[in-house]
Write a protein that binds this ligand. Structure first.
Ligand SMILES: C[S@@+](CC[C@H](N)C(=O)[O-])C[C@H]1O[C@@H](n2cnc3c(N)ncnc32)[C@H](O)[C@@H]1O
Length: 380
């Protein structure tokens, strides 16, 4: 360990599952006690039958540099890669420019030569005005947001970091991405997984900006932060379709905050039985059209629970399996819970069939209380 400033230090972390690939971290000293020591082993990446991964890194076309491409079919939800970062730096480094330059150089120097050399081949889209050193430029072009520390004990500013992964960060941006990655502090690794089925030779993409924003905003932000004009299929739609896409994305952005709440509907018999289902199916249609499967899980979870409360086992199973697939990497606890539900839906899903039972009870009660309603007024 070498001291770089009174408040930051450079640490190296080694991993039992990848002993030749340590991470070099520039960390705020308050965070050091929270580093996961010992590091838990990372989930292993499933390999192809012949021992090869399900992707390759190769040139992605004019002005796109390298990219990540599928070498075989990858099903929705599947794990593509688990990786430890090469370097990790604070989102904000409150140091003078000179001190910063030295710190980034020290950080690279803390890595073994093979890792440092590979890191140096990563993209640097920062101008000299923004970052004087190539090392800082690479850290800032490729840094993906991750959190360290404990939310109850360290303020958010001190917990935000940018992690650079030698492989994951080769994947380019799309406004309708087919992959995403999930950070796990305990194993100090990120898992890249498929958001929808990916076909052989298809480029594996993720998001660099909020893709629910309108096209012009997305493009401005990508140009400002990453130095490219997005030419993805959603950014190159003709004007009328582009306006439609912007409107769909705005609706989805709103839906996140205003969608009907499953819990409120579940026991409210004044609402129609399909009240939540109808709204969520519309949202899922928009999600599919815009290629925003990263937004699916909250809707899929509610749809699955709606079928449970309605006591529709076949539908429940269909949606629960989808939810299990979507949660497998992204939300391990949810995936485990869904597997339990699937073993015994009636016994394990809260409020199984509650609405159908209550509707039946209410209608029986009505029949008993109003026997005369059986007689058609036409007989009189
Ligand atoms: C994190 S790197 C991605 C990997 C990069 N292509 C490489 O060769 O290392 C980010 C840089 O990749 C390029 N890039 C990413 N997505 C792109 C896209 N959709 N269109 C054009 N360039 C893109 C830009 O140069 C951006 O600054």
């Amino acid at each position: 360990m070498s001291q770089s400033s009174p408040d930051f230090s450079i640490q190296t972390l080694s991993f039992p599952d990848a002993p030749d690939s340590p991470s070099a971290l520039l960390v705020d000293d308050r965070i050091v006690p929270y580093l996961p020591l010992p590091v838990r082993p990372a989930r292993s990446t499933p390999l192809h039958q012949d021992g090869k991964p399900s992707f390759e890194i190769r040139p992605a076309g004019v002005d796109r540099g390298l990219g990540m491409f599928a070498t075989r079919h990858i099903p929705a939800g599947a794990l593509i890669l688990v990786e430890h970062p090469a370097i990790l730096t604070p989102a904000k480094v409150p140091l003078t420019r000179d001190a910063r330059d030295a710190v980034y150089r020290d950080l690279f120097a803390a890595l073994p030569e093979h890792r440092r050399n590979e890191l140096r081949t990563m993209t640097n889209c920062r101008s000299l005005d923004e970052c004087e050193t190539m090392e800082e430029g690479i850290a800032r072009t490729n840094g993906t947001a991750v959190e360290l520390g404990h939310p109850d004990e360290i303020e958010i500013d001190a917990r935000e970091y940018g992690a650079v992964f030698l492989t994951i960060n080769r994947s380019n941006h799309s406004c309708g991405p087919n992959a995403a990655h999930k950070w796990d502090l305990a194993s100090f690794s990120s898992s890249l997984y498929a958001l929808r089925p990916i076909e052989p030779a298809e480029e594996i993409t993720m998001i660099y900006t909020d893709v629910t924003q309108p096209r012009d905003t997305r493009r401005e932000r990508l140009l400002a932060h990453y130095g490219f004009t997005c030419m993805c299929e959603f950014c190159t739609l003709p004007p009328s379709l582009s306006a439609e896409s912007d409107a769909a994305r705005a609706a989805l952005r709103e839906w996140r905050h205003t969608r009907p709440v499953f819990a409120g509907w579940a026991t409210d018999l004044c609402r129609a039985d399909d009240f939540v289902l109808k709204s969520h199916m519309q949202a899922l249609e928009l999600i599919e059209k815009e290629g925003l499967q990263g937004m699916e899980s909250a809707f899929v979870r509610d749809v699955c629970l709606c079928w449970a409360v309605l006591g529709e086992e076949a539908k429940f199973r269909e949606w629960a399996k989808k939810l299990e697939r979507l949660s497998d990497v992204r939300d391990v606890a949810m995936a485990r819970e869904v597997r339990g539900w699937l073993q015994d839906p009636k016994g394990r899903v809260p409020k199984w069939g509650w609405r159908s039972k209550r509707r039946l009870q209410t209608s029986k009660k009505k029949v008993l209380e109003e026997p005369e309603s059986y007689y058609s007024p036409l007989l009189f």
